[in-house]
Design a protein around this ligand. Structure first.
Ligand SMILES: *Cc1c(COP(=O)(O)O)cnc(C)c1O
Length: 370
C-alpha cells in the first residue's frame, strides 16, 4: 500500500531546505526582522508578477481582507455579498470591518453565481466579494457588469488564487483591492502565517499600509487608528525565492490536474474540475482539486483505508450553515453540493505514481477497470 498524504507539511521545508536555511542565516545574522529590504523587494516582485501597482505584506489573508474592505470604505450598515462556499475568513473580514456578510449560492463551477448575486442585492449592498476558489477565477465580466450597474465595489478573496487568470488578467487585480494568503498549504506558502493586500489604487494602498502599521503614514506620523498586521521580513525573503520559481509550480499542478482528468474522465459517478486549457478564458492554478462524488463519505473512507488522504473543504460547512453566527439563508444548491464535495491530493510532493494510485482506487471503488 502507498501512503499519499493530502498535504505534506514537512516536505514544504525539506524540498527546499538549503534555500530556507540560507535565507534564515542571512536574515537572522543581519537582524533584519521587521519592515526591512526583503519585504520591500518581495512586495515589488509580487506586484510585478500580478501586473498591479501595489502589494502590501500583511500578517495573514484574513487581516488582508479586512484591511482591503476598510481601505475601500466598507463599514457599518454595508452588506457585502459573498459565496457561501468560501472560507469563514471571507465573512469574518466583513464582520470585523463593520459590515454584514450575505452568503449566496455558488454555481456548478463552485464559484459565486452572478445570478444569485443579483437576486441578493438590496439598497444596503455595498460590495461583492468573490472568492477565487480552488485556484480558479470567477466570471469577472458578469460580476463587473453587476458592480458597475449598481455602483458596487469588488473586493476579491484571492487567498487561493495567486497566478490564476481570467481572460489573461490575474485574480486579485479586478476590483478595488484583494488579498492573497501565504498559509503553508497555499500554492505559495511560507513557514507560518502570511498574506498580502493587492491594489491598483494608490490611496487605498496608503490607507491599507496605515491601518496595518498603527495608523502611521509613510513619514511616521499617526494619521488614523490602526493596528499591527505585517508580513515578517524573514517570511518575505522565503516567499521571494519561491516566487522566482512559481512558474514551474503552476505548471506542475496543471500537469497533475491533466493526469487526474485523463485517468478519471470516464467515471460517471464523479464530476471533475475543468481540465487545464479546456476553457480559453480560464487559467487555473489548482490550489485544490475539488471533485463532486456520489457516495462521497464512502469514497473518502475507501481512499483512507488505502492510505490516501482527502479533505472536505471548510469541514463540510458552508457559511450559511453557521447558525451560531446568525445566518438564516436557505441555499439549496449549495446544501446539496456540500454533500458531494471532496478534495483529492494536489500538491508539489506528489509523484505521477501517487496520482495513478489515487485514480486506481477511485476506479476500483466505483467498479471501473483500471
Ligand atoms: C486560506 C484562505 C483565507 C485565509 O487566509 P489566511 O492567510 O489563513 O488568513 C481566506 N479565504 C480563503 C478562500 C482561503 O482559502
Amino acid at each position: 500500500m502507498r501512503n499519499v498524504l493530502f498535504f505534506n507539511y514537512p516536505d514544504l521545508f525539506a524540498s527546499q531546505e538549503e534555500e530556507f536555511q540560507q535565507t534564515f542565516l542571512d536574515v537572522g545574522r543581519r537582524g533584519a526582522f521587521i519592515k526591512q529590504r526583503e519585504l520591500k523587494e518581495f512586495e515589488k516582485c509580487l506586484a510585478s508578477f500580478l501586473g498591479v501597482r501595489h502589494a502590501l505584506g500583511v500578517g495573514n489573508a484574513t487581516d488582508g481582507l479586512e484591511v482591503a474592505l476598510l481601505a475601500a470604505g466598507v463599514g457599518p450598515g454595508d452588506e457585502v455579498i459573498l459565496s457561501s462556499h468560501t472560507m469563514l475568513a471571507t465573512a469574518v473580514a466583513v464582520h470585523f470591518a463593520g459590515g454584514t456578510p450575505v452568503p449566496v449560492e455558488c454555481g456548478p463551477d463552485h464559484l459565486i453565481d452572478p445570478a444569485a448575486v443579483e437576486a441578493a442585492l438590496t439598497s444596503r449592498t455595498r460590495a461583492i466579494m468573490p472568492t477565487q476558489l480552488n485556484g480558479r477565477t470567477c466570471d469577472m465580466d458578469a460580476l463587473g457588469r453587476i458592480a458597475e450597474r449598481h455602483g458596487l465595489l469588488i473586493v476579491e478573496d484571492a487567498a487561493q488564487a495567486l497566478g490564476s487568470r481570467y481572460k489573461g488578467r490575474c485574480a486579485g487585480t479586478f476590483g478595488i483591492a484583494s488579498a492573497i494568503s501565504f498559509y503553508p498549504a497555499k500554492v505559495l506558502g511560507c513557514l507560518g502565517d502570511g498574506g498580502a493586500v493587492v491594489t491598483n489604487d494608490t490611496a487605498v494602498y496608503e490607507h491599507a499600509s496605515e491601518l496595518c502599521n498603527f495608523g502611521r503614514d509613510a513619514s511616521g506620523a499617526v494619521v488614523r487608528w490602526g493596528f499591527n498586521s505585517r508580513l515578517d521580513n524573514l517570511h518575505a525573503a522565503m516567499l521571494h525565492f519561491q516566487l522566482n520559481k512559481y512558474g514551474q509550480v503552476m505548471c506542475r499542478r496543471r500537469q497533475l490536474a491533466a493526469l487526474y482528468t485523463e485517468r478519471l474522465g470516464d467515471v460517471a459517478e464523479i464530476v471533475l474540475p475543468p481540465a487545464p486549457d479546456s476553457d480559453p478564458d480560464h487559467f487555473d492554478i489548482y490550489q485544490n482539486y475539488e471533485i463532486e462524488a456520489e457516495k462521497r463519505d464512502e469514497l473518502k473512507q475507501h481512499l483512507k483505508d488505502h492510505g490516501i488522504g482527502t479533505l472536505i473543504q471548510w469541514n463540510g460547512e458552508a457559511i450559511h450553515h453557521l447558525k451560531a453566527l446568525g445566518f438564516t439563508q436557505q441555499l439549496r444548491y449549495t446544501d446539496r453540493l456540500f454533500t458531494r464535495l471532496l478534495m483529492l491530493p494536489m500538491n508539489m510532493s506528489l509523484a505521477d505514481e501517487d496520482v495513478h494510485y489515487v485514480c486506481d482506487n477511485i476506479r476500483e471503488f466505483y467498479g471501473y477497470s483500471q
